[in-house]
Design a protein around this ligand. Structure first.
Ligand code: BTN
Length: 222
């Protein structure tokens, strides 16, 4: 596996997307991103001091099991944070929270070939030592939570190691911030409703207590 490290790049996901015919798994790390991308077309604050990396995995799963890629990434981040003294939870589908504040976002971009995911780009941004001025109300960092700066190299190394471990589905379930809770749910048409989440299905859908399954929605815990 190749590891590429940039002082600065636009987006580590974007870098990997542009690779022509990659033949091996790779990880791209950036100290800063000038155009960090979040989910739903949003930008992602990527100031110096945070952990910004993307892993390229070739043929990681069958297309029908692609949610396992998300499970693996979310659990890898949580296990890494544990190792640095921070206990985090997974807010369905792709955010990592400590209490009511976000510490990490995950952006996965898959390419399908037949019934396989032929390329998965797993982009992870974790607030480690970076300054959160302007977003302190909604975000937190390892530095804020532990009261000290940690080694970014050690953090990245642990995260890369955990990302290439087998999927730990039990850990994903244990870490869910939403299962068992009553949620306010915003659907893609903007409408809001309240419901209790009872499980996350194997395909990644959020199952509500009335049996309805959501494949995409913004949720907040009451
Ligand atoms: C989100 O919270 O909406 C997802 C954020 C994902 C950010 C990471 S940082 C490394 C990789 N490169 C990007 O441009 N985005 C992801």
């Amino acid at each position: 596996m190749k590891i590429i490290h940039f002082d600065k790049t636009v987006s580590t996901n974007e870098y990997l997307k542009r690779l022509k015919n990659p033949t091996e798994d790779a990880v791209v790390i950036a100290d800063e991103q000038t155009g960090g991308r979040g989910s739903k077309g949003r930008s992602f604050c990527s100031a110096f001091g945070g952990c910004y990396l993307s892993a390229l995995k070739l043929y990681p799963e069958k297309a029908e099991n692609c949610f396992k890629i998300m499970e693996n990434a979310a659990v890898a981040v949580c296990k890494t944070l544990d190792a640095f003294g921070v206990h985090a939870m997974i807010k369905w589908p792709n955010d990592i929270f400590v209490g009511d504040k976000k510490i990490c976002g995950i952006l996965i971009e898959n390419t399908l070939s037949g019934d396989m995911v032929s390329r998965s780009i797993i982009g992870i941004g974790v607030n480690v030592n970076n300054d959160l001025t302007g977003i302190e109300g909604i975000a937190t960092s390892v530095k804020i939570l532990t009261g000290k700066e940690i080694s970014l190299d050690a953090f990245r190394f642990t995260l890369i190691h955990n990302l290439f471990l087998p999927v730990d589905e039990a850990e994903y379930k244990k870490r869910s911030l939403v299962v068992g809770k009553t949620l306010t749910i915003k659907k893609s048409d903007g409408s809001l409703f309240k419901a209790k989440a009872v499980a996350v299905a194997e395909n990644g859908n959020l199952i509500l207590d009335d049996g309805v399954q959501l494949s995409a929605a913004e949720v907040s815990v009451l």
